[in-house]
Ligand binder design. Structure first.
Ligand code: LIP
Length: 263
């Protein structure tokens, strides 16, 4: 069995190299293969996944690699699997917003052992292993102490649902629940903000494993909770990520609504 420290070093290097590649190519932010209302297929997403893959393959040539740019939405559940989101927040990136990140996690038999999320334009590297604390640039992370929903800052997202009816209902429910909702557009970075205590909670339905595998571990190791509230066809997930104290009040409001989500 490999140690989590060995795996962490590779995850961090892969996320850093992917991010550096994208940073060096910021001038190509409009260089997309396709731009649709629902999604953007960016050349730098493919290139950054190749960069991260090369780092992982050099260390562990026989491990499986699964990423946003892979063909299937669900990874195999056995053995070592690396999960890459080369640019989480592609739409933000395309428009010139700084809120995007590179995420790399490694699982063994479905359990996340190590993860790294690099936010290049903040110069922040978030990382954690399953058996140690979570860190940002080497400083230990801890979630906020907020326990009153009406005083909480909560990030959310609209996902890629064609039918926005339920997403809008969820947005309204969050607006009524917390002090302020925020819609920032990069799930992995948002969940890391919960881990760092800069926001108190995050919810989104319609994201994928690659959006949350690394950040979910980072949040848990910072004493927060990251929970899958629903699983939809094609690997889509509804994820609630909180500082722990707000988890049950948020869950109570969101669980009945996620059951309504359709295409
Ligand atoms: C994005 C998520 C974001 C969500 C977007 C999209 P991508 O991931 O991180 O939270 O609102 O719809 O799924 O596609 O930019 O890697």
């Amino acid at each position: 069995m490999l140690t989590s420290t060995q795996l962490q070093a590779v995850a961090t290097l892969a996320a850093r190299r992917a991010g550096e590649h994208v940073l060096e190519n910021l001038h190509r932010r409009a260089d997309a293969n396709s731009v649709l209302r629902i999604d953007i297929k960016h050349k730098l997403d493919v290139e950054a996944q190749d960069v991260a893959t090369a780092v992982i393959r050099a260390a562990y040539p026989d491990h499986l690699i699964f990423g946003e740019e892979s063909e299937t939405p669900c990874p195999p559940a056995k053995g070592y699997v690396w999960i890459i989101d080369p640019i989480d927040g592609t739409v933000n990136f395309f428009h010139g917003s700084h809120w995007w990140c590179c995420s790399v996690a490694v699982q063994h038999d479905g359990k996340t052992l190590a993860g790294a999320v690099f936010i290049p334009q903040l110069g922040e590297m978030f990382e954690a292993t399953h058996d140690n604390s979570a860190f940002c640039n080497g400083v230990p992370l801890h979630v906020s102490e907020q326990e009153t929903p009406e005083l909480a800052l909560m990030a959310t997202g609209m996902g890629k649902w064609r039918n926005k009816e339920t997403s809008l209902k969820i947005f309204q429910a969050i607006t009524e629940l917390v002090q302020r909702p925020r819609l920032m557009g990069a799930a992995a970075a948002d969940i890391c903000m919960v881990a760092a205590g800069r926001i108190d909670a995050y919810f989104e339905s319609g994201i994928y494993l690659w959006d949350m595998a690394a950040a979910g571990l980072i949040l848990e190791r910072a004493s927060g909770i990251c929970e899958v509230l629903a699983r939809y066809p094609n690997g889509r997930l509804a994820i609630l990520a909180t500082n722990g104290k707000l988890h049950n009040p948020c869950k109570k409001v969101l669980v009945p609504l996620v059951a309504e989500q359709k295409k």
